[in-house]
Design a protein around this ligand. Sequence first.
Ligand code: ZN
Length: 304
Amino acid sequence: MSVLNLCPTLPKSLHKPLRWIGAALLVGLLQGCANTTDSGAIGLQRSQLLLISSEELNAKAAQGFQQLSADAQSKKKLNTDARLTQRVRRIGNDLIAQVSVFRADAKDWDWEINVFDSDEINAFCAPGGKIGVYTGIVKRLKLTDDELAAVMGHEIAHALREHSREKASQQMVSNLLVTTVSAAAKVDGSLLDMGSQMFVHLPNSRSMELESDVMGLELMARAGYDPRNAPKLWEKMRAASGGNKGLAFMSTHPADEERIAAMQENIPKVVHLYEEARARKAASAGKRAPAARKKGSGKPQKSQ
Ligand SMILES: [Zn+2]
């Protein structure tokens, strides 16, 4: 197996120059092609380039999250609305309870969910499971529980797939390619730039966005939130983005036809999971109901 077999999209014009790439990079690439998650009902299959350690990235993300939370706390902008915080955490925890479908280790991550007071339309899940939801996205878009589950499921999917780690790995290869190959082979700079763009930026963040949408659909369905309502989130996002294209979340998450069409195409794969989850919830509510009646009749029962 050679480095040339790793990525079929690698242009032939780069085959010769790549032979000069150092053994360290080659070994790294061979070890680095992996898949962070299982495929789930949606059948996600995409090999990822992962060269840097997740521990380091997760530790930095956790540090950043603590800092952000401490800053918000000092400005009295952290989890100020108890009802909203409870709602966001309930939905977040419902989704987190499903993550082992995609990766067994994620259930044991040190998950945290905070709500930040800000008019900004934004939400994130940093590497390792640090979730932030801005009050702006919930209030300005008047999100329903299903829509909130769709946005949080999407963000959790980014973390499960370790897209940040993948992008950092791609950047590392990009830097190494440009310095190593141009020095060793004296290839034409523009050709190299074009080739390295193709190599390291495929699959690009657009693909990451689409797979996060689809993985998010499965997470929300399994958690008992109706995936058929997920496109409504993006339609609201599109309506809100009208004159505010500069907003960070919307510029990185264009709510266009392609995104909504890909979602519609995948919804039928997960609707049965939603129905099963709802049936389970109804059954467990049914089990609780007689106990409640007994309690009301003056004969309290110990809950099972
Ligand atoms: Zn995204």
